[in-house]
Design a protein around this ligand. Structure first.
Ligand SMILES: [Zn+2]
Length: 142
Protein backbone atom coordinates (compact mmCIF):
# COMPACT_ATOMS: atom_id res chain seq x y z
CA UNK A 1 0.00 0.00 0.00
CA UNK A 2 1.16 3.49 -0.76
CA UNK A 3 1.93 5.00 2.64
CA UNK A 4 0.84 8.42 1.45
CA UNK A 5 -2.38 7.41 -0.17
CA UNK A 6 -5.41 9.54 0.58
CA UNK A 7 -7.06 6.71 2.50
CA UNK A 8 -4.08 6.40 4.76
CA UNK A 9 -3.99 10.10 5.55
CA UNK A 10 -7.71 10.76 5.68
CA UNK A 11 -8.29 9.74 9.29
CA UNK A 12 -5.72 12.18 10.63
CA UNK A 13 -8.53 14.70 10.31
CA UNK A 14 -11.09 14.99 13.06
CA UNK A 15 -13.98 15.69 10.66
CA UNK A 16 -13.38 12.47 8.75
CA UNK A 17 -13.25 10.44 11.95
CA UNK A 18 -16.42 12.08 13.21
CA UNK A 19 -18.29 11.12 10.02
CA UNK A 20 -17.75 7.43 10.81
CA UNK A 21 -19.85 7.65 14.00
CA UNK A 22 -23.19 7.46 12.26
CA UNK A 23 -25.41 5.14 14.29
CA UNK A 24 -23.14 5.31 17.35
CA UNK A 25 -25.28 4.29 20.35
CA UNK A 26 -24.08 7.05 22.71
CA UNK A 27 -25.19 10.55 21.86
CA UNK A 28 -26.78 12.40 24.72
CA UNK A 29 -26.02 12.72 28.42
CA UNK A 30 -22.81 10.78 28.16
CA UNK A 31 -19.08 11.24 27.89
CA UNK A 32 -18.34 8.99 24.94
CA UNK A 33 -20.17 11.08 22.35
CA UNK A 34 -19.12 10.87 18.69
CA UNK A 35 -17.30 14.21 19.12
CA UNK A 36 -15.24 13.01 22.09
CA UNK A 37 -14.58 9.67 20.43
CA UNK A 38 -13.34 11.31 17.24
CA UNK A 39 -11.26 13.80 19.21
CA UNK A 40 -9.52 10.90 20.97
CA UNK A 41 -8.55 9.37 17.60
CA UNK A 42 -11.29 6.77 17.29
CA UNK A 43 -13.19 5.72 14.21
CA UNK A 44 -16.39 3.71 14.40
CA UNK A 45 -15.92 0.17 13.05
CA UNK A 46 -19.17 -1.62 13.91
CA UNK A 47 -19.92 -5.23 13.07
CA UNK A 48 -23.27 -6.98 12.96
CA UNK A 49 -23.05 -8.23 16.54
CA UNK A 50 -21.11 -5.36 18.06
CA UNK A 51 -22.48 -1.94 17.16
CA UNK A 52 -20.11 -0.15 19.54
CA UNK A 53 -16.66 -1.15 18.32
CA UNK A 54 -14.32 1.77 17.88
CA UNK A 55 -10.72 1.62 16.69
CA UNK A 56 -7.92 4.13 17.01
CA UNK A 57 -7.02 5.02 13.42
CA UNK A 58 -3.40 5.30 14.51
CA UNK A 59 -2.45 2.43 16.84
CA UNK A 60 -5.36 0.29 15.55
CA UNK A 61 -6.44 -0.63 19.07
CA UNK A 62 -10.05 -1.77 19.08
CA UNK A 63 -12.29 -1.16 22.05
CA UNK A 64 -15.87 -2.24 22.63
CA UNK A 65 -18.33 -2.47 25.48
CA UNK A 66 -18.44 1.29 26.00
CA UNK A 67 -20.34 2.74 28.93
CA UNK A 68 -21.94 6.19 28.73
CA UNK A 69 -19.58 7.62 31.33
CA UNK A 70 -16.40 6.33 29.68
CA UNK A 71 -13.95 9.07 28.75
CA UNK A 72 -12.58 8.17 25.29
CA UNK A 73 -9.25 9.88 25.87
CA UNK A 74 -8.67 8.14 29.21
CA UNK A 75 -9.78 4.77 27.81
CA UNK A 76 -7.46 5.17 24.86
CA UNK A 77 -4.48 6.01 27.06
CA UNK A 78 -5.11 3.18 29.50
CA UNK A 79 -5.60 0.50 26.82
CA UNK A 80 -2.90 1.66 24.44
CA UNK A 81 -0.31 3.56 26.38
CA UNK A 82 2.24 3.47 23.56
CA UNK A 83 -0.02 5.19 21.01
CA UNK A 84 1.81 8.18 19.59
CA UNK A 85 -1.38 9.89 18.47
CA UNK A 86 -3.06 10.11 21.85
CA UNK A 87 0.24 11.28 23.33
CA UNK A 88 0.49 14.21 20.89
CA UNK A 89 0.82 17.58 22.55
CA UNK A 90 -0.21 19.47 19.42
CA UNK A 91 -3.00 19.17 16.92
CA UNK A 92 -2.09 17.34 13.72
CA UNK A 93 -2.36 20.51 11.62
CA UNK A 94 0.05 22.29 13.95
CA UNK A 95 2.85 19.77 13.37
CA UNK A 96 5.83 20.60 11.21
CA UNK A 97 6.39 18.47 8.12
CA UNK A 98 9.22 16.68 9.88
CA UNK A 99 7.14 16.01 12.97
CA UNK A 100 4.35 14.71 10.79
CA UNK A 101 6.64 12.31 8.91
CA UNK A 102 7.97 10.95 12.19
CA UNK A 103 4.45 10.43 13.45
CA UNK A 104 3.33 8.77 10.25
CA UNK A 105 6.25 6.37 10.42
CA UNK A 106 5.01 5.24 13.83
CA UNK A 107 1.57 4.63 12.36
CA UNK A 108 3.09 2.30 9.82
CA UNK A 109 4.95 0.46 12.52
CA UNK A 110 1.67 -0.22 14.32
CA UNK A 111 0.07 -1.39 11.06
CA UNK A 112 2.91 -3.80 10.38
CA UNK A 113 2.83 -5.09 13.93
CA UNK A 114 -0.89 -5.75 13.76
CA UNK A 115 -0.66 -7.54 10.40
CA UNK A 116 2.31 -9.56 11.67
CA UNK A 117 0.54 -10.60 14.85
CA UNK A 118 -2.53 -11.68 12.90
CA UNK A 119 -0.34 -13.84 10.63
CA UNK A 120 1.37 -15.42 13.64
CA UNK A 121 -1.96 -16.25 15.29
CA UNK A 122 -3.23 -17.80 12.07
CA UNK A 123 -0.07 -19.88 11.74
CA UNK A 124 -0.22 -21.06 15.36
CA UNK A 125 -3.83 -22.13 14.92
CA UNK A 126 -2.98 -24.06 11.76
CA UNK A 127 -0.02 -25.70 13.51
CA UNK A 128 -2.20 -26.72 16.45
CA UNK A 129 -4.71 -28.34 14.13
CA UNK A 130 -1.99 -30.17 12.25
CA UNK A 131 -0.44 -31.42 15.50
CA UNK A 132 -3.81 -32.70 16.70
CA UNK A 133 -4.29 -34.55 13.41
CA UNK A 134 -0.84 -36.14 13.65
CA UNK A 135 -1.52 -37.31 17.19
CA UNK A 136 -4.89 -38.69 16.16
CA UNK A 137 -3.33 -40.54 13.24
CA UNK A 138 -0.58 -41.95 15.49
CA UNK A 139 -3.11 -43.14 18.05
CA UNK A 140 -5.03 -44.86 15.29
CA UNK A 141 -1.94 -46.82 14.34
CA UNK A 142 -1.42 -48.32 17.77
ZN1 LIG B 1 -4.16 4.95 19.42
Amino acid sequence: MDPFSEVDLKMYFYENRLKTFEGWPFNEDCTCTPENMARAGFVHTPSENSPDIAMCFFCLKELEGWEPEDDPEKEHKSHSSSCHFIALKKKVDELSVEEFFKLHKEKHKSMIKKTGNAAITKFEEAAKLKRANIIKAAEGEE
